[in-house]
Design a protein around this ligand. Structure first.
Ligand SMILES: Nc1nc2c(ncn2[C@@H]2O[C@H](COP(=O)(O)OP(=O)(O)OP(=O)(O)O)[C@@H](O)[C@H]2O)c(=O)[nH]1
Ligand SMILES: [Mg+2]
Length: 357
C-alpha cells in the first residue's frame, strides 16, 4: 500500500489504477488510502456533470477534457454508473466515446460501477476523487446519471456542477423530477442541433428568473423555484444556460470558459471556502451514517433485524419501540463487551429476539 501511495503521489498511472481498484473494492482500503493521501488533496477543481440518461454527458465530458488538455491542464475523469454493472454496455460505450483521449498521459479515465449500496458507491467515488486530486490532476470530472438522491449526493462532492439537459427526452425539463436543478452552477442544453432545444433553453431561463416567490405551472404541477438559485444566482453567481452540440463540438469552448469563470468566482468571492466547509460537513455525516449502519449490522444479526421487522409488520410492536430495542441492544452489547461479559440479550419488553445468540 505504501508503494502504491508513493506511486500515486508521483502521478504514475499504473499506481493510480491499482489504488483505485482497491479503493473501489474495499472500504478499509479506501480508508487507508484517504488517510495517507488527504494532506495532498484540496488542489483539484472538481466538476460534477449530471443529468438524465442519454443527454450526452459522456460526449460532453470528452469534449471538455480535450479543451482542458489544450489549456495544458491534467484531467481526471470518473464516470459513476450506479445502475449498470460491468456487463452493461455503458462502460464500453464510454470508453469508445472517450477514445479521443486514449494514449494521452495527461488524462486518466475511470468508470465506477455499483457494488452493493449506493451509499457505498458515493463513498468509493469520494475516495477516488481524492486519489486523482492527490495524483495531481488539476481538473477532476465526475459524471453521474441524475436519477435520484444518491447521484445528487455524489454531485455534492463537486465545486462546479453542470446539469445537462437535452430536448426530446420525454419532458422538457427533466431535471425538476429529480430536483437536480437545485445543485446546478451551469445549465447545459445539449443536442442543440435537435429541434426543441430552444424551448428547453427558454424554459430553463424562465425557471431561473422566477425568483424566490417561486413556483410556476409545468405540466399542471406546481414547481417551486430552486432554492439556492433565486433569480438565477447562487452566491452572486449568475447561472448560465448554455446550448451545446457536444457531438459536433459546438458550444463547448464557451462551456469550458464558463467552468473556468465559475472557478474564478468561487476563489474571489469566498464561496470556495464555504463550499469546502459544506462538502466536508456532508461527507462527514455520510461517512458517519455508513459507519453507524455497518456497526448495527455487526452488532445485531440479520435474523434479529428480520424478526423485528416481522414483529413491526405484524403490529406486535411499533417502529419506535423496535428502534429503541435496537438502540438499547447496541449500547448494552458495547457495555458487556467493554466489561468482558459475553453478549447476551436483555430486554425489558417482550422481545422477538431469540434468547441466545
Ligand atoms: N444529436 C446529438 N446527439 C448527441 C449529442 N451529444 C451526444 N449525442 C448522442 O447522444 C447519445 C448519448 O450520449 P452520451 O454521451 O452517451 O450520453 P450520456 O448522458 O453520457 O448517457 P448515459 O451515461 O447513458 O446516461 C449518443 O449516441 C451520442 O452520440 C449532440 O450534441 N447532438
Ligand atoms: Mg455517460
Amino acid at each position: 500500500m505504501n508503494e502504491l501511495i508513493a506511486g500515486v503521489l508521483d502521478g504514475r498511472a499504473r499506481a493510480i489504477a491499482r489504488l483505485l481498484t482497491l479503493v473501489e473494492n474495499s472500504e478499509t482500503a479506501a480508508e487507508t488510502a484517504v488517510t495517507a493521501l488527504y494532506p495532498h488533496t484540496g488542489q483539484a477543481h472538481i466538476i460534477g456533470i449530471t443529468g438524465p440518461p442519454g443527454s450526452g454527458k459522456s460526449t460532453l465530458v470528452n469534449e471538455i477534457a480535450k479543451l482542458l488538455r489544450q489549456q495544458g491542464q491534467r484531467v481526471g475523469i470518473i464516470a459513476v454508473d450506479p445502475s449498470s454493472p460491468f456487463t452493461g454496455g455503458a462502460l464500453l460505450g464510454d470508453r469508445v466515446r472517450m477514445r479521443d483521449l486514449a494514449g494521452d498521459s495527461g488524462v486518466f479515465i475511470r468508470s465506477m460501477a455499483s457494488r452493493g449500496s449506493l451509499g457505498g458507491l458515493a463513498q468509493a467515488t469520494w475516495a477516488a476523487i481524492k486519489v486523482l486530486d492527490a495524483a495531481g490532476y488539476e481538473k477532476v470530472l465526475v459524471e453521474t446519471v441524475g436519477a435520484g438522491q444518491a447521484e445528487v449526493d455524489i454531485a455534492r462532492a463537486a465545486h462546479t456542477t453542470l446539469v445537462v439537459e437535452a430536448p426530446g427526452m420525454g419532458d422538457d425539463v427533466q431535471a425538476f423530477k429529480a430536483g437536480i436543478l437545485e445543485i446546478a452552477d451551469i445549465l447545459v442544453v445539449n443536442k442543440a442541433d435537435r429541434p426543441g432545444s430552444e424551448r428547453v433553453v427558454r424554459s430553463l431561463e424562465l425557471m431561473l428568473h422566477l425568483g424566490p416567490i417561486g413556483g410556476t405551472r409545468h405540466h399542471g404541477r406546481i414547481l417551486t423555484s430552486p432554492t439556492p438559485t433565486a433569480n438565477g444566482t447562487a452566491g452572486g453567481w449568475q447561472i448560465p444556460v448554455l446550448p451545446t452540440a457536444a457531438s459536433e463540438g459546438r458550444g463547448t469552448t464557451e462551456l469550458v470558459a464558463q467552468i473556468q469563470q465559475h472557478l474564478a468566482h468561487l476563489q474571489t468571492s469566498g464561496e470556495w471556502q464555504k463550499r469546502e466547509q459544506e462538502r466536508c460537513r456532508h461527507e462527514l455525516r455520510q461517512l458517519l451514517q455508513l459507519r453507524l449502519l455497518a456497526r448495527l449490522d455487526t452488532a445485531v444479526s440479520q435474523s434479529e433485524q428480520d424478526a423485528l421487522v416481522t414483529a413491526v409488520a405484524a403490529r406486535e410492536i411499533d417502529p419506535y419501540t423496535a428502534v429503541r430495542e435496537i438502540y438499547n441492544e447496541l449500547y448494552a452489547r458495547d457495555w458487556r463487551l467493554e466489561s468482558g461479559q459475553p453478549p447476551s440479550l436483555i430486554s425489558n419488553v417482550q422481545s422477538p429476539f431469540p434468547e441466545n445468540l
